[in-house]
Design a protein around this ligand. Structure first.
Ligand code: 4AD
Ligand code: MG
Length: 465
């Protein structure tokens, strides 16, 4: 018996071999004498065509070779006379590994909307579209590790369970083993967290940054790459309750170095997708979004625009004066909404934008304070179709200034003592940023909804599969 070859390799093999292929049937068609089976095993967007002489395979077996069924096919790899593929397999024998009831199989031609597929998210990886997206997701993860390793960054594993609210936004999922129906109380009548599993109140992390800073101020340059959890009740096409984030953190980088790294990083990843995942990107381009390939190339070829938040607000105010309508009125000090970010990127500049120096009141406590007393050295990278894809900053390196800000915001000093030690002992200028992995994938795949670029999305009221 021939050794199994993946479809991606079979399609690149010269005709003339005896081969064994295994996979799931995408379609079967044919006439009285011959059946044509399109077989896919997930190794590529492309199917291999199986040609079956009906006289050589039992009719009852062939009848069970339906869409979704799993089969093993042995046969001759021959040159294909049909257009669309170089080679095809002339089957000698077919083994049915797993039947698939054609009536009950949820992936029928008739309903393939993204909304429907989310209701069968456990099976949607079997579709061409999700095959392409999930391969891209895997390749992008690999590209991220390769990028940082080639630059000598240390991959730091930061904890998922934490007592600190890194972003200070208070949207954390609590982690507890306390009995919810009978909570232990302390003397003041509050919940006695000393009786909880960790002896304190803990949550799932919203960011690995604070621990990342511990790494950077010891190892120089680190990055984290892991799941992140936010209990923000925002049911938008760009928010997940569980998403993956990449957070590089670098000693001795100022905000300019930080911006340079962010721009180079994201361009390298897009370039990687075009070079290494072209078939999948092309498939998504041709099926859903004819401007996708152009948009990706565009990002690689253009220098990102850099301007301050205040300059951005001025442009938005001028747009309003000229008659443009925003849902959320524009004024200095506001948190920019996606409509504002996309106006700057898509309508005003026509290229990615890095906005810096935001008002301190809408940014996290750890950002370096500017001399004006009003703004901090933040940087958000804004992308076409997405809005914010990266958020980062230079960090406040002064112990006094950082401590004052923590007090000003009424944050818990106690849970941040370990973090303050980075500024107590050998503090250094440093910077970092966070790239939302799924936001990157939205850009690279051209998908419209973030639920469609993660295998098993977690959003408000949705944790099935
Ligand atoms: O801007 P954010 O909140 O920044 C931080 O968490 C910093 N600690 C990063 C750092 O400086 N090390 O989040 C960073 C990025 C956003 O730009 C966005 O791409 C993504 O994470 N993001 C989300 N992606 C999906 N769903 C959500 N709910 C997200 N919230 C943030
Ligand atoms: Mg942000």
């Amino acid at each position: 018996m021939a050794v199994r070859k993946k479809v991606v390799d079979l399609l690149a093999t010269a005709p003339g071999e005896k081969v064994l292929a295994k996979g799931w049937v995408r379609t079967k068609r044919g006439n009285k004498e011959i059946a044509f089976i399109a077989l896919n095993d997930g190794s590529t967007i492309n199917n291999i065509q199986i040609v079956v002489d009906k006289a050589s395979v039992p009719a009852d077996l062939l009848a069970k070779v339906t869409t979704g069924a799993c089969i093993a096919v042995e046969g001759d790899l021959v040159e294909s006379p049909g257009s669309g593929q170089a080679v095809e397999i002339h089957a000698c024998s077919i083994e049915l590994l797993g039947e698939c009831d054609p009536v009950r199989y949820p992936l029928q031609k008739k309903d393939t909307s993204f909304e429907y597929l989310r209701t069968v998210a456990h099976l949607r990886p079997r579709t061409n579209t999700f095959g392409a997206i999930l391969r891209l997701r895997s390749q992008m993860a690999y590209a991220i590790h390769e990028y940082f390793h080639s630059k000598g960054f240390v991959y730091l594993h930061t904890p998922l369970i934490t007592a600190a609210d890194a972003e200070g936004a208070g949207n954390m999922f609590q982690v507890t083993t306390l009995p919810l129906e009978n909570l232990p109380k302390d003397k003041k009548g509050g919940i006695d967290y000393s009786r909880d599993f960790f002896g304190r109140r803990t949550s799932l992390t919203v960011s690995g940054q604070l621990e990342g800073e511990l790494g950077a101020t010891a190892l120089g340059e680190i990055y984290t790459f892991g799941p992140t959890f936010r209990a923000e009740n925002s049911n938008t096409p760009r928010h997940l309750a569980e998403f993956w984030m990449i957070e590089p953190e670098m000693a001795f980088y100022d905000i300019k170095d930080n911006m340079d790294l962010a721009e180079d990083f994201i361009k390298s990843l897009v370039k990687y997708a075009l070079q290494n995942c072209y078939d999948d990107v092309k498939f998504l381009n041709d099926r859903y979004d004819p401007e996708l390939l152009g948009r990706l190339q565009g990002v690689i070829d253009t220098a990102f625009v850099r301007l301050t938040y205040s300059e951005g607000i001025k442009i938005l105010e001028e747009a309003v004066a000229a008659g443009h309508h925003f849902e959320e009125p524009v004024s200095w000090g506001m948190d920019l909404q996606s409509e504002h970010e996309r106006f700057l990127v898509e309508q005003h500049f026509g290229k990615p934008v890095i906005l810096t120096d935001y008002p301190k009141d809408i940014k996290a406590f750890y950002m370096k304070q500017n001399a004006d007393g009003k703004t901090v050295r933040a940087m958000d990278v804004l992308f076409p179709k997405i809005g914010e894809i990266i958020g980062g900053s230079e960090r406040e390196a002064s112990f006094e200034k950082l401590e004052n800000r923590i007090n000003e915001l009424g944050m818990s000093h106690r849970t941040l003592e370990w973090y303050l030690d980075t500024r107590r002992f050998g503090s250094c200028p440093h910077s970092g940023f966070g790239l939302g992995f799924e936001r990157l994938l939205l850009f690279v795949t051209g998908m419209q909804n973030i639920r469609d670029v993660i295998p098993f999305p977690r959003t408000p009221k949705n944790a099935e599969f």
